[in-house]
Design a protein around this ligand. Structure first.
Ligand code: ZN
Ligand code: ZN
Length: 382
């Protein structure tokens, strides 16, 4: 850091009031804030200077020391009062939200300058979104279910409450980037900014990093979350649990947890949107004579009237026995029962006689002609 006179840096008199100093700082901070001057390393430098100056002059104690000893009062060591965090300062000076992740100067700048997406230090880095999947049954999909999901994520370190520093340990401005969180390198006419490698974009250096999280402020740990899976959910639907992904670093907001719903195959039902399909196996006699069949549904069996002479593949619609609609669960799909006719593979002697009689009565001459062959074949295998 330069040793420029702090009063000069802020353009105020040595006997200025606190209010004057704050006013001067605010004016300059807006002018030179890196967000307003992307890629301009001179402005960055200036911003650092005014931050450093304001940090000292806004505090009556520090100001007194500075007046007495000059820059020497603040040299070296964590106790030297070098806890300059330009962006915290900036937030303070503008009455921005404290510690609330993205509630800081980004939004202030949006207010002042009409937006613009800027990645900056000390806004913190948003935690990663995570994805997990949960398997449920079709019955659970129909009724809705609360599921507890166990997963791993980077959670805020409890030891240091996310600060990354052991308690009592201060933070100082990162000397590599001067608290900006980014470093610029000039290549010809182009100035390229990249995340500061020393502080990983936070703009601060932690003097005594927390042992538990090694200064990251986050620890990989197991967690669980309850998700309410709504009735009518479909395979592949994705639910979002806000803020349950990885914790943000340096006060950044947490990521989200996405939960992919997977519905296990059901032995009895196929699904198409809200409708269910079931292959209903009935004896050929029932198909021929007519009667009543029992059809399984997700809520027990229902009786289905089978008219005499029902053909294979005939499909019956059973109203409102499908899945609830995801958007309006009181509305339900239908259940379609497709007839599969069961042809017996083994007959008793009596059954055979009756069926032969039936065939004769039906005048099925061809079938009678084949009877001799069938009888012989049967003897061969008996
Ligand atoms: Zn840095
Ligand atoms: Zn920690």
């Amino acid at each position: 850091m330069s040793d420029k006179d702090y009063y000069q840096v802020l353009g105020v008199e040595r006997n200025s009031t606190e209010a004057d100093i704050k006013k001067a700082y605010r004016k300059l901070a807006i002018k030179f804030h890196p967000d307003k001057n992307p890629g301009d390393s001179e402005s960055e430098e200036k911003f650092k200077e005014i931050s450093a100056a304001f940090e000292i002059l806004k505090d009556p104690d520090k100001r007194r020391k500075y007046d007495q000893y000059g820059h020497d009062a603040f040299r070296g060591g964590p106790s030297g009062g070098q806890g300059v965090d330009p962006f915290d300062l900036f937030r303070d000076a503008f009455g921005g939200g404290s510690g609330g992740g993205n509630s800081g100067f980004g939004s202030i700048f949006e207010d002042f300058f009409g937006g613009g997406n800027s990645a900056s230090a000390n806004e913190g880095t948003r935690g990663s979104d995570l994805r997990v999947s949960v398997d449920i049954s079709l019955e659970q999909a129909a009724k809705g279910v609360e599921k507890e999901i166990k997963y791993q994520h980077h959670a805020t370190c409890k030891e240091c409450t996310g600060s990354g520093a052991t308690s009592g340990s201060g933070k100082s401005m990162c000397s590599t980037c001067g608290g900006i969180g980014q470093v610029a390198s000039n290549q010809g006419f182009i100035s390229i900014r990249r995340t500061c490698p020393a502080c990983r974009g936070s703009g601060v250096t932690i003097e005594n990093p927390c042992q538990a999280c090694r200064g990251d402020g986050r620890i990989k740990s197991p967690d669980k979350v309850k998700v309410n899976i709504p009735p009518g959910v479909s395979d592949g639907n994705r639910l979002c649990s806000r803020g349950r992904g990885d914790a943000g670093s340096m006060g950044g907001p947490a990521g989200d947890l996405y939960v992919d719903v997977r519905i296990k195959e059901h032995p009895k039902f196929d699904r198409d949107d809200d409708d269910l399909f079931h292959d209903l196996l009935i004896p050929f006699t029932l198909a021929t004579l007519g009667g009543v069949a029992q059809v399984p549904t997700l809520e027990g069996k229902v009786s289905l009237k089978i008219p005499g002479g029902t053909q294979a593949n005939k499909t019956f619609r059973i109203k409102d026995k499908g899945m609830p609609n995801l958007r309006s669960p009181s509305r339900k799909g239908d259940l379609y029962a497709r007839i599969i006719i069961h042809v017996p593979q083994k007959l008793t002697k009596l059954q055979r006689e009756k069926l032969v009689d039936f065939a004769k009565a039906s005048g099925e001459e061809d079938l009678q002609a084949d009877e001799g062959f069938l009888e012989k074949a049967k003897r061969l295998f008996d």
